[in-house]
Design a protein around this ligand. Structure first.
Ligand SMILES: Nc1ncnc2c1ncn2[C@@H]1O[C@H](COP(=O)(O)OP(=O)(O)OP(=O)(O)O)[C@@H](O)[C@H]1O
Ligand SMILES: [Mg+2]
Length: 263
């Protein structure tokens, strides 16, 4: 089971869209995929038609429980998505209170990793959507994954948010052993080659992060929004769209790299 987290300490950069689109493409080639919504806003949860205000069970349970996390407890959280090879562990709005509660509590940074270990045999890939704030939920997302995807909007000031994220990754890596350092891929999003802001920020990303930047650049594509309104993964809604093509290219390069190292 491979676990990839999608994170950036900036909102609205395409995190949830990246999770849903990559998941759809993995499912299409036959992989069993689990999505985990660690954002208290619950956009990923809402995407598949669930209301984060009304769910009885969610990621919150992993933090609230005094008992040890077991398989039964994790299976209770699983919901179906609109795709039969994709399941979801949803977010609930109660998770917003976790940032305050869990701070300073021993071991709270590994709750999600422990939960995923319980369902290791049921899925090929896990994709984790994380909130744009550095707190216990993001720490869980970073601790549970082997590889991190960082969508970055190609616009002025894009690098500012990214620098914060890169500092967070370095902090996490100081605590990890040499063989388990967290690697990351920067995904330029909302690219519009007609605008100077897109062109120059992409160039800047290449200059500053030549080894981490993905060759696949995600263009502005209104079909992502249309797919989200219908609750479908973008590749099911329209497999020929430019945006889906770009994510497919990204995925091919990730799978290629995975052959050489553990992602
Ligand atoms: N490449 C794109 N082209 C056009 N629209 C996009 C693209 N990617 C995402 N969107 C749309 O932009 C909005 C924000 O995207 P998304 O929800 O994926 O960002 P996010 O980083 O998860 O945001 P948040 O920080 O609020 O969770 C959504 O309405 C989505 O449909
Ligand atoms: Mg989101």
């Amino acid at each position: 089971m491979h676990v990839w987290s999608v994170a950036n300490q900036k909102g609205g950069v395409g995190k949830t869209t990246t999770v849903v689109t990559v998941a759809g493409l993995l499912a299409e080639v036959g992989y069993r995929v689990l999505l985990v919504d660690l954002d208290p806003h619950g956009s990923l949860t809402s995407y598949f038609g669930y209301d984060p205000d009304e769910l009885e069970h969610s990621v919150y349970d992993l933090f609230a429980t005094k008992h040890k996390i077991n398989r039964e407890g994790v299976e209770r959280l699983l919901l179906k998505s609109s795709h039969d090879r994709i399941d979801l562990i949803p977010a609930s709005t109660a998770m917003a209170t976790l940032e305050r509660k869990a701070i300073g509590e021993e071991g709270m940074g590994l709750q999600v990793a422990k939960a995923l270990a319980q369902v290791r045999d049921s899925y090929d890939y896990v994709l984790i959507d994380s909130p744009p704030v550095l707190g216990v939920l993001m720490v869980n997302a970073l601790a549970a994954c082997q590889h991190l995807l960082v969508p970055v909007q190609t616009e002025f000031l894009a690098l500012k948010g990214l620098e914060r994220m890169v500092r967070t990754i370095s902090m996490i890596n100081r605590a990890r052993s040499k063989s388990k350092k967290l690697s990351f891929t920067i995904i330029p999003t909302f690219y519009d080659r007609r605008t100077q802001a897109s062109v120059s920020s992409l160039r800047e990303l290449h200059n500053k992060y030549p080894n981490e930047i993905s060759n696949a650049v995600i263009p502005v594509d209104t079909k992502f929004r249309n797919a989200s309104i219908r609750g479908l993964v973008p590749s099911v809604m329209d497999s020929s769209s430019r945006g889906v093509h770009s994510y497919a290219r990204l995925l091919r390069s990730l799978l290629e790299r995975q052959k050489q190292e553990v992602l």
